[in-house]
Design a protein around this ligand. Structure first.
Ligand SMILES: [Zn+2]
Length: 85
């Protein structure tokens, strides 16, 4: 069971994690752009389910992803292919 926080309509960001989602997590949100300027979209609940399956961020273990902070933006991927994961 995963707990859910119902956000007030004035709240736009919560900071969900693998065991606590918010009511906006199933919405598609732009997380960045690729090298051609195309939007990279993400649904947070899908990302967090990956963590429940013990998956890390795509670039964890690579030199540009700091071991002390695997939530650093570099750990989410730097190549177009990795950014969409
Ligand atoms: Zn994550």
């Amino acid at each position: 069971m995963i707990e859910l926080v119902e956000l007030h309509q004035s709240e736009t960001w919560f900071g969900s994690h693998s065991r606590l989602y918010d009511s906006l997590d199933s919405s598609s949100v732009q997380k960045g752009t690729d090298s051609k300027g195309k939007s990279i979209m993400q649904r947070a609940h899908v990302h967090e389910i990956g963590h429940l399956l013990c998956l890390g961020h795509v670039d964890e273990g690579k030199p540009h992803c700091p071991l002390a902070n695997t939530n650093s933006s570099a750990c989410y991927g730097v190549s177009d292919q990795d950014k969409i994961l």
